[in-house]
Design a protein around this ligand. Structure first.
Ligand code: ATP
Ligand code: MG
Length: 572
């Protein structure tokens, strides 16, 4: 496919002004001064996210604007500090100790943020779960983690009653919205009013765990990833240099804290930079989203390809009508960002979306497009300073311009500490002195990284290897297609045949030659062997709660096989 380069002009000087120079001389230790440490090199991520701002000139600055689209509540850094202290006191009184797992199962309401930070202050490990999770997903996580406390509300708790008998380690449930609760439950409003708003925060070792999170489940059963307090160093610095957060920004990360993006850049990295963050607890619709950007004058917006594709479906007229003048910087993560989406962003917002790559396991962004740096449409960008990334061929040799395994040199601050109680799985990530991401990529001569696909999703057809991303990107260039998922299915002649599942644009009526037209459309854009042999129209594609296309589900459905773990499947 022809590569488009975008010059990526910026109106305001980026926080990272010289990527190349910074990368060359970078040392993490030199940036410890960005954070605050206790004596003996101890740290607490919550102290850095909130406390230090609450005792500075930022104390009366708005830290969070929480809205459901109608009502809003604002909290200053000082409010956040006091509320999380109160919760830390509540937990301590109830016997929670360092290392205990405390899980949160809540919508994006203020208590989610108070509780998350409060848990970190006590030295316990915070876990988060999407509010849409059903029994199986909840049971898996609460059981595997051995969670001792669960924080939820009077509606969501009903999903816990049916599984509670299988959770002997779950000692208490805290209900955030009721004064009257059942036996064995704690009323948050009742108990919190009895607590002090002062708390002596626990001083943690750099590698002590702070939070745990299960991966998105795109490729199989989710893994319980543990992150340490020191991860905040990378979350802070990437938020500063990649999201380019500045003092007066109104920043909106659209991710739910049930997904790692909603923690690293919806709580920790953003608060640590002392900016005002918007939290939206409401339904997605282009109209609702644009209304929020307009109302709150959002300047920096961090979202995901799946959302961008849905906005694309709604067109550019609604963007123009919304008159969004405040936006300054746009970023995207979670899935490959199709060049078509960048093109659309430029047309709609007059700004490019900056793609960046990372994983639950990496804890923070590792490869990115930086503000001010030339964007090659479809590329994930370049490694963050302090991160050594490479593409290794099957012999373990670093290669340029060729497909291979995307690997990182272990030792970056936000690297996962462990896979919970599964050392064997943890070890599988590390080979030959590298961390293997499980993604296939290539690096070009200028050092840009390009995503090809997840190792499991690569298609071998006519003796060639094809990444689903390039086929999907070509498909969504077609005006009638808004979303595409591509798989390989066994074929006696081809090895594997490419099959595409497509979602049509609203109002688009496919002609009788639609399938032929699509094949030719892709053929023109990609190498001859990479066009789909079959195309199927779907109303929607199976996706995870974090919005990723689940190709393994498409494949299992196509081949009549077991669809495997579906606990993270989005089904409404
Ligand atoms: P699981 O590990 O349970 O199968 P998952 O890998 O989707 O789920 P996450 O940790 O949320 O769980 O996602 C990380 C993965 O998302 C990456 O390995 C990569 O495949 C994909 N990804 C993230 N950002 C990008 C990006 N900018 N471009 C391409 N792929 C991306
Ligand atoms: Mg993964």
């Amino acid at each position: 496919m022809k590569i488009k380069t975008i010059q990526n002009k910026v109106k305001v000087k980026p926080n990272l002004s010289d990527y190349k120079k910074t990368y060359q001389k970078f040392n993490w230790k030199d940036y410890h001064s960005e954070l605050e440490f206790f004596k003996n090199n101890k740290i607490n991520a919550a102290y850095n996210a909130v406390t230090r701002h609450a005792i500075s000139n930022n104390k009366n600055k708005t830290a969070l604007i929480c809205t459901n689209g109608e009502k809003e509540k604002k909290f200053t850094f000082s409010d956040l500090e006091k509320q999380s202290n109160r919760f830390a006191n509540l937990l301590t009184k109830q016997g929670i100790k360092k290392g205990d797992r405390v899980f949160i199962f809540l919508p994006r309401i203020p208590e989610l943020y108070f509780c998350f930070l409060g848990i970190l202050k006590t030295g316990a490990i915070a876990g988060t779960m999407f509010q849409a999770f059903g029994h199986d997903a909840l049971l898996d996580r609460l059981k595997n983690s051995g969670a001792k406390f669960l924080i939820t509300d009077s509606e969501l708790v009903k999903r816990i009653y049916g599984i509670k008998k299988d959770l002997p380690k779950l000692k208490k449930i805290i209900i955030v919205n009721k004064r009257k609760v059942k036996r064995g439950e704690i009323s948050y409003p009742k108990e919190i009013s009895k607590t002090s708003s002062e708390y002596k925060i626990k001083e943690m070792k750099l590698t002590d765990p702070a939070f745990m999170l299960y991966t998105s489940g795109t490729t199989g059963k989710p893994k319980g990833v543990i992150h340490s307090h020191q991860a905040i160093l990378q979350q802070h610095l990437t938020a500063k240099w990649i999201l380019d957060l500045k003092e007066n920004d109104i920043y909106w990360c659209t991710a739910d804290p049930g997904w790692v993006t909603g923690i690293s850049y919806g709580i920790l990295g953003n608060l640590s930079n002392g900016v005002t963050s918007l939290v939206y607890n409401g339904k997605f619709s282009p109209k609702n989203w644009y209304k929020l950007i307009k109302k709150y004058n959002v300047t920096v917006w961090y979202t995901a390809p799946t959302a961008i594709r849905m906005l694309m479906k709604a067109g550019t007229t609604i963007v123009t009508k919304s008159n969004l003048k405040s936006l300054r910087h746009l970023c995207s993560v979670g899935e490959p960002l199709n060049p078509e989406a960048i093109k659309w962003g430029l047309k709609a917002f007059k700004l490019p979306f900056h793609d960046n790559w990372w994983q639950t396991e990496t804890g923070a962004i590792c490869v990115a497009n930086y503000p001010g740096m030339k964007i090659k449409s479809g590329s994930m960008g370049k490694p963050f300073p302090g991160i050594k990334a490479a593409v290794l061929n099957s012999k373990g040799k670093a290669v340029i311009g060729k497909e291979g395994n995307l690997v990182l040199k272990p030792g970056w601050p936000s690297m996962m500490k462990e896979i919970w109680r599964n050392q064997k799985k943890y070890k599988t990530y590390f080979k030959r002195g590298w961390y293997f991401s499980g993604d296939k990529a290539y690096q070009d001569k200028e050092g840009y990284f390009w995503f090809i696909g997840r190792a499991d999703d690569i298609i071998k057809t006519r003796g060639e290897r094809v990444g689903p991303f390039e086929v999907e990107s070509a498909l969504v260039e077609h005006p009638g297609i808004v979303e595409a998922g591509v798989i390989g299915k066994p074929d006696p002649m081809l090895g594997e045949a490419i099959k595409a599942f497509v979602v049509l644009a609203k109002g688009y009526k496919p002609g009788k030659d639609f399938y032929e037209e699509i094949k030719n459309f892709v053929k023109k854009r990609l190498a001859g062997h990479a066009y789909p042999k079959e195309v199927e129209i779907r109303k929607n594609l199976p996706k995870t709660r974090s919005g990723k296309i689940m190709r393994r589900v498409l494949k299992a459905q196509e081949l009549g096989l077991d669809t495997g773990d579906l606990s993270t499947l989005e089904n409404d």
